[in-house]
Ligand binder design. Structure first.
Ligand SMILES: *Cc1c(COP(=O)(O)O)cnc(C)c1O
Length: 231
């Protein structure tokens, strides 16, 4: 049951925080509801969930309209420039900025609305498994460019680790991006914060928390397996 799943995830977050000497209040759970129907999201909402993550603009748009206004929505998927206008101002955070061109478009849409849009820079630490994300080597340069856009605010880094059976295999990835965020924070770049580290999914969020995650993105662990046949 969804409610039991949620309790289990919160309990695991607590355990991982204890192990790492961290306070559970430092970690935000993003309930990744992609492919799930509105009724299921309502159920999660009634169980107390107020932070949801989606990866497709159209689906996100539909769900924002259908659900209560006190939800914080996170765009966690790859974002095309021509779709930025549909979510600008409607999401709390865009996790997937990996190019200056995308950041420029977000800046244009932010300025049109007189807002500043918070974003994370997606870093492809593992390299072989994902085609999205900037390389570790190019991250600082991209951040320095994006920092010049006053309609966009870099809040930290995000990474998607590969699917592994043993979550320990991903520990080095989480460690490496944490190190990178510390390095970048030390440069004190104007208009850049490194407060957020979005990493860890159902299979590895406890390890990610031990390595410093401040946002974990959990789908299957809350909602069960996704059925792509019904979307
Ligand atoms: C789907 C997705 C998740 C959640 O994955 P689970 O393994 O179901 O927890 C997290 N992050 C991103 C970017 C995703 O696309």
């Amino acid at each position: 049951m969804l409610k039991d799943n949620l309790s289990r995830v919160y309990e695991n977050i607590k355990i991982a925080c204890e192990k790492a000497g961290r306070d559970p209040s430092e970690v935000t759970l993003i309930a990744v509801s992609k492919t799930k129907p509105i009724e299921t999201l309502k159920e999660a909402y009634d169980a107390g969930t107020r932070v949801f993550g989606e990866n497709k603009v159209q689906e996100l748009d539909k769900k924002i309209d259908a659900l209560p206004k006190d939800i914080s929505w996170h765009m966690i998927g790859h974002l095309q420039r021509n779709k930025v206008k549909y979510i600008a101002g409607r999401v709390s955070l865009i996790h997937s900025v990996d190019s200056y061109r995308l950041a420029e478009e977000i800046n244009i849409q932010a300025k049109k609305r007189g807002i500043v849009i918070p974003v994370l820079i997606e870093v492809n630490v593992a390299e072989e498994d994902s085609k999205f994300g900037v390389s570790v080597e190019d991250t600082e340069e991209l951040i320095r460019q994006v920092a010049e856009l006053d309609g966009v605010k870099v809040m930290g880094l995000m990474t998607i680790a590969p699917y592994v059976v043993d979550s320990e295999e991903n520990r080095w990835i989480f460690h490496k991006i944490k190190d990178l965020s510390i390095d970048i924070a030390a440069k004190n770049i104007d208009n850049v914060s490194m407060d957020i580290l979005s990493m860890g999914m159902t299979g590895d969020y406890m390890v990610a928390i031990e390595e410093g995650a401040t946002m974990v993105r959990v789908g299957t662990g809350i909602f069960g397996e996704r059925d792509y046949g019904h979307i």
